[in-house]
Design a protein around this ligand. Structure first.
Ligand code: NAD
Length: 283
């Protein structure tokens, strides 16, 4: 068969491309709960770009969902990780050191706040609720990045997931907005610390997507409705949109980029209000 007769490369999700953007790279994905997770959108795309992946799951209930997904794309490393548990953080990175010896990227796609803190007034947030949200949704990025650093011997790339509620007050997002603001600041400080080792750190600020975590934020339906009306691209975003931007940020295509927040929100964040023409058409 001559080159011109070769079948086209299969780049569909789940089919690794040997010449893909992430061929030969190894990455840890933290934050898959099920097939709707943003982390799963990133994992599928990273795999189709040729990456080899390891996964973690939070607790037995999620293991039943995460393990089959990981196995469906040939991942052999699937381990428990609650990010509040330092021993579990140490354990997963020891496994990666033993099995792979190095790591090229880390995807942090984890957030949590108590349900009562995602309703009503931010002023009523308890000290304990604040600490929980900030520990799981922000400090965990620092802890995981620190554990990943010694394995990123040839440089690396770290991604964390954030939301526009970090910079604009958003109904019901409350303490999670505060946690995302701290997460975005952490991304900048980590980027400065690790830049000399060519380890790049990025945030992806995704538009609303119906996931398990998002079901804890009241008013999600309204957020999804306003997007097509106000976002320049006139639509909601998908986990595949997030996966594509992640592939760029994890690859050499973004070699000159670090510390930034990259919006995958159909342009929503650049608008001040709904365009009157859109309003006429949409209503
Ligand atoms: P998801 O429920 O699929 O993922 C959230 C993940 O966080 C789950 O896998 C859960 O197990 C994990 N997690 C929570 N507490 C943990 C802990 N203590 N230890 C380990 N893991 C823990 O929901 P998602 O929407 O895919 O969320 C992923 C990330 O994307 C979050 O940071 C979220 O804030 C962010 N994000 C989501 C949206 C959206 O609309 N869905 C928009 C912007 C940003």
């Amino acid at each position: 068969m001559t080159a011109s007769e070769s079948p086209p490369a299969d780049t569909s999700p789940g089919s690794p491309a040997s010449g893909g953007l992430l061929a030969g790279r190894r990455g840890l994905i933290v934050g898959v709960a099920n097939k709707r997770s943003l982390a799963w959108g990133i994992a599928r795309r990273a795999h189709s770009e040729g990456a080899e992946l390891a996964f973690t799951f939070q607790g037995d209930a999620l293991e039943r969902r995460v393990r089959p997904l990981a196995e469906s794309i040939g991942s052999a490393i699937v381990e428990p990780l609650d990010v509040t548990d330092d021993a579990q953080i140490e354990a997963i990175f020891s496994t990666l050191a033993e099995r792979w010896g190095r790591l090229d990227f880390l995807v942090h796609s984890v957030a949590f706040a108590n349900r009562e803190d995602l309703l009503g007034r931010t002023v009523d947030t308890s000290r304990a609720g604040f600490a929980t949200a900030l520990d799981i949704s922000c400090y965990s990025l620092i802890a995981l990045t620190r554990a990943a650093e010694p394995l990123m011997t040839d440089g690396g790339s770290v991604i964390a997931m954030t939301y526009y509620g970090a910079t604009k007050a958003t109904p019901n997002y409350n303490v999670m907005g505060i946690a995302k603001a701290a997460l975005e600041a952490s991304i900048r400080y980590l980027a400065v610390d690790l830049g000399p080792k060519n380890i790049r750190v990025h945030g992806i600020s995704a538009g609303p997507v119906r996931t398990l975590a998002a079901s804890g934020v009241s008013g999600m339906r309204g957020m999804l409705k306003v997007m097509p009306e106000r976002a320049p691209l006139g639509r909601n975003i998908t986990v595949d949109d997030v996966g594509a931007t992640a592939a760029y940020l994890l690859s050499d295509l973004s070699a000159g980029t670090t510390g930034g927040i990259h919006f995958v929100d159909a342009g929503f964040n650049i608008t001040a209000m709904r365009h009157p023409d859109r309003a006429a058409k949409g209503s």
